[in-house]
Design a protein around this ligand. Structure first.
Ligand SMILES: C[S@@+](CC[C@H](N)C(=O)[O-])C[C@H]1O[C@@H](n2cnc3c(N)ncnc32)[C@H](O)[C@@H]1O
Length: 273
């Protein structure tokens, strides 16, 4: 075969491959540019707005993209983990529970199903999370359980809208991991309003030897930070992390008004911090 013809044939075979490769490169470049735009948009939020405004806008965007990933993912695993833990800690169907930062009901859907009608209240600063949560209650056939799903537009943790209502259990799971010291301090100061003498308030946090920011919306704390707040606001604090094996290593703490003995936590295996 003449060389010229052979070169033409090779060129014809190579062309679709070259087109395919360049289309793939364009797609990849496009995805990278879109990702970069998105990242810039998100970091712009945190630069321009107050932290909680930026964080709730960010959560809203994430809920629109993927309501299960928006609140940290591991939807089934971490949902059942929270649920089974509170049951182990004595939660009964007749109890009331306030899920502070309930997100899209990763655990809330289990609690709603388990508790008597009206027993579950979820509170969140993300309006999209609350909207999704309300839809989920309908799709999961839980309307009869009449959960209260409340948007917290003021974003503070003073709990003004509860007008004296008190809960047997309170939970703030993967919430303090996204809050700054002043927000957690506010929560400690005002959570008492929602607690009976024997209420149990469980919360998780990410532990570090000293306060550190772990990303745009991530914060880690030493246990001593919470111990100092508990002393300042007159709570009892028990570290129950050894009983809560969170897959990403979050720690679990029980806050109460009254001193709770390990034997009075729904089981007998908890230890004092
Ligand atoms: C990582 S998600 C965890 C959701 C849920 N607790 C869980 O573990 O499945 C944290 C949630 O806390 C909410 N949140 C943060 N600060 C809040 C505040 N001050 N009041 C109410 N919700 C808050 C966020 O909007 C977000 O939905």
């Amino acid at each position: 075969m003449p060389k010229q013809l052979l070169r033409r044939l090779i060129a014809i075979v190579k062309r679709p491959l070259a087109i395919f490769k360049s289309q793939k490169r364009i797609r990849k470049d496009g995805q990278e540019a879109a990702r970069q735009d998105y990242d810039e948009r998100i970091s712009g939020l945190y630069e321009k707005k107050d932290y909680l405004d930026a964080y709730s806008d960010h959560t809203d965007l994430r809920v629109e993209e993927d309501p299960h990933e928006a609140i940290g993912g591991m939807w089934e695993e971490i949902g059942t983990l929270q649920y089974e833990f509170l049951l182990k800690k004595g939660l009964k169907p007749s109890h009331t529970l306030l899920d502070i930062g309930c997100g899209t009901l990763r655990a809330g859907r289990y609690f709603i199903k388990y508790l008597n009608p009206g027993g579950y209240t979820g509170l969140d600063i993300s309006s999209k999370a609350i909207q999704y949560a309300k839809e989920l209650v309908v799709t999961e056939g839980l309307t009869d359980k009449r959960p209260s799903l409340l948007h917290n537009p003021g974003k503070n943790l003073k709990f003004d809208d509860f007008h004296g209502e008190k809960f047997d259990y309170l939970l703030a799971h993967s919430v303090f991991t996204h809050l700054k010291p002043e927000h957690i301090t506010e929560c400690f100061e005002y959570a008492k309003r929602l607690m009976k003498p024997d209420s149990k308030f469980f919360f998780t946090f990410k532990e570090a030897s000293r306060f550190s920011e772990t990303g745009l919306k991530g914060f880690a704390y030493p246990f001593a930070f919470f111990a100092e707040l508990a002393e300042r606001f007159g709570y009892n604090l028990i570290n129950v992390s050894h009983e809560y094996l969170h897959p990403k290593g979050q720690r679990m703490v029980l806050l109460s008004k009254q001193k709770i003995s390990p034997g009075n936590m729904g089981d007998s295996s908890a230890g004092m911090a």
